[in-house]
Write a protein that binds this ligand. Structure first.
Ligand SMILES: Cc1cc2nc3c(=O)[nH]c(=O)nc-3n(C[C@H](O)[C@H](O)[C@H](O)COP(=O)(O)O)c2cc1C
Length: 172
């Protein structure tokens, strides 16, 4: 079925996780633009429980990279965006996690639309406390993901999805 001529549908389908970056800086203004879009995600009671930390400096990037087997991705990124759930602004843990997930998807789509490459790194969550220590952030912030961002080194990534027929459980 051909995609309708919708920029949002086109972006949703074309976005891929990018794990190889050029050794080039990215504009802080573009990152702030993407974060602004991320912050327009829906949240329960509009409580907006997401918080961000931007890590541009190499020593801190390297310290974080040491906490995941995806260290090569973190070390080659231009900027790392750590995304947290602020438990002081939480009203329902499940719904707040869902809201941060929506925020992360907005962030990935916005970065893609700005021709930046990004990948959601969840594997580092095994070391949540260490991330807080390295970033010197308080305990009420719970790490949800680190998004590694840079200029894409290649645009040829492939992915796949299950056919819709396997996903629709019933239709009455
Ligand atoms: C919750 C979550 C955790 C993820 N963790 C990692 C990770 O630690 N390392 C990684 O390389 N990709 C990670 N990814 C990216 C997925 O591997 C990727 O989205 C999936 O393979 C589909 O590929 P696509 O994003 O190109 O469509 C994660 C994605 C999500 C949503």
């Amino acid at each position: 079925m051909p995609l309708p001529d919708s920029p949002i549908l086109q972006a949703i389908h074309a976005r891929r996780s990018i794990r190889h970056f050029l050794a080039a800086p990215v504009s802080r203004d573009l990152i702030l633009t993407a974060l602004e879009a991320a912050s327009w995600a829906p949240s329960g009671l509009n409580n907006q429980p997401w918080r961000f930390a931007l890590i541009w400096d190499k020593p801190t990037q390297e310290a974080l990279a040491g906490l995941t087997r995806y260290s090569h991705i973190l070390n080659s990124a231009a900027v790392l965006i750590a995304v947290f759930l602020d438990k002081e602004h939480s009203y329902d843990y499940t719904k707040d996690c869902q809201a941060v997930g929506a925020c992360l998807q907005n962030l990935l789509l916005a970065l893609h639309s700005l021709d930046l490459g990004a990948v959601w790194i969840g594997e580092i969550l095994k070391n949540k406390p260490r991330v807080l220590e390295i970033l010197e952030l308080p305990q009420h912030l719970e790490l949800m993901a680190i998004v590694a961002v840079g200029l894409p080194a290649s645009q040829s990534q492939k992915s796949h999805r299950l056919p819709l027929a396997e996903l629709i459980l019933l239709e009455k």
